[in-house]
Ligand binder design. Structure first.
Ligand code: G3I
Length: 373
């Protein structure tokens, strides 16, 4: 009898350790991109160092967790086209090679943007010269990566908060016709690649209306537009899920894809008169504005996890309309939000902390997909 009990105990222990080992293995191999593989791409923005695989730990995290990539800076015009007759494709070639090697969805960011322009571009005053620049810039880059880039941000941030057109160098020299032209040049260079318009705060009612009109105008003018990018530089309380959902529905009703292209959630206080993601706005720092310089209190970790869970729940509800969800960076240490709108703060907007450890927010996003859907 005693021998029987002993054997039973031993058997139970063996089964239990088998289960634990299985759970442990699942924990080590489970990843965001794998969990969401039947829903939408899960992407990240890569810095120049990450494209060059300089840090092996960061590199293996990227390869494990993400199946889509965007270059955070190196494809912007000042880097890729520094002089009128000179392009620099050194880093963009490496970026494309990285995506191909790892079988990732490759997104190009960005062709026409008023910010981060090379100094020579800022001097263009004449409409003929500007149109020639746009044609050369778009055609050269899109042709070079034809069939290798999966989607492009053709125009970035052309709208004001009230939905009117931003008085950018492009609008000032060419009038609103530049929008249709940009999309036409891109489609002519690669007819199969997906073309997006990308902006921040375009889930807010007034800007959303402006964005819808803009998309309609591009279509009416004969431009090919396949999707809208909602950047999603969001906060713990704002925007509401209701406005996000209205936006998904309104944009997809236009027959285009919706992508969340630069997702991060700031947990820090904002200067009062700041709205949006305009990098030209900067404010003074003080202790009140940088409340968590060492670690994020657990209560805020929990809030961030809940916010991410509610957002991803909504994304899953509309997964048939959403093509991609991309985080604006791999880990907190790299986020642009540590230096904007106030320099030198410590923010915690992503799913991995600066030591590359998954946060509660990571678990909350993963747990939504634990049960089979
Ligand atoms: O290239 C210089 C380098 O030579 C110099 O040593 C260094 C010193 O600070 O600065 C480097 O430039 C920085 C650049 O990133 C590249 O690292 C700029 O100072 C810095 O302002 C710039 O910030 C980027 C910002 O766009 C500029 O527009 C952020 O990293 C990037 O995350 C941010 O991304 C934008 C999206 O493209 C569009 N939507 C909004 C989003 C957040 O602003």
């Amino acid at each position: 009898m005693r021998l029987f009990n002993y054997s039973l105990l031993l058997l139970s222990l063996i089964i239990l350790s088998g289960c634990n080992a299985k759970k442990e293995k699942e924990k080590n191999t489970a990843s965001l991109s794998d969990r969401y593989k039947n829903d939408f791409y899960i992407g990240t923005a890569l810095s120049a160092d990450q494209i060059e695989e300089k840090n092996p730990a960061v590199d293996s995290l990227i390869k494990k967790e993400f199946n889509a990539i965007t270059a955070e800076n190196i494809m912007k015009s000042m880097f890729i086209h520094p002089f009128k007759d000179q392009y620099d494709f050194t880093l963009s070639d490496k970026f494309i090679a990285y995506g191909e090697k790892n079988k990732m969805f490759i997104h190009g960011h960005t062709l026409i943007w008023h910010s981060q322009l090379a100094p020579w571009m800022q001097k263009i005053k004449d409409s003929t010269e500007m149109k020639a620049f746009m044609k050369d810039h778009i055609t050269t880059i899109v042709t070079k990566y034809k069939g290798r880039v999966d989607s492009w941000d053709v125009v970035n941030e052309a709208l004001n908060e009230d939905g009117s057109l931003r008085k950018s160098i492009f609008l000032n020299t060419l009038g609103e016709r530049y929008l249709v032209d940009a999309f036409k040049f891109a489609a002519a260079a690669d007819p199969k690649v997906d073309l997006y318009y990308n902006d921040y705060n375009n889930e807010e009612p007034a800007k959303r209306e402006g964005n819808i009109n803009l998309i309609k105008k591009i279509k009416a003018g004969g431009g090919k537009i396949d999707g809208v990018g909602i950047q999603a530089h969001w906060k713990l309380q704002h925007p509401s899920l209701e406005e996000i959902e209205k936006s998904i529905l309104a944009y997809s009703a236009l027959g285009i894809k919706v992508a969340f292209t630069e997702l991060d959630i700031s947990v820090l206080p904002n200067p009062k008169d700041l709205n949006g993601a305009d990098v030209n706005q900067n404010f003074e720092s003080n202790a009140k504005m940088n409340p968590y310089p060492q670690t994020l209190p657990d209560s805020v970790q929990v809030k961030l996890a809940e916010r991410y869970a509610s957002i991803f729940k909504l994304f899953l509800k509309h997964k048939d309309k959403i093509s991609r969800v991309t985080f604006w960076g791999v880990h907190d240490g790299q986020s642009w939000l540590n230096d904007w709108p106030i320099k030198g703060r410590t923010n915690y907007p992503l799913l991995f902390d600066k030591n590359l450890k998954p946060k509660k927010a990571y678990n909350s996003v993963m747990e939504l997909k634990e049960t089979k859907q």
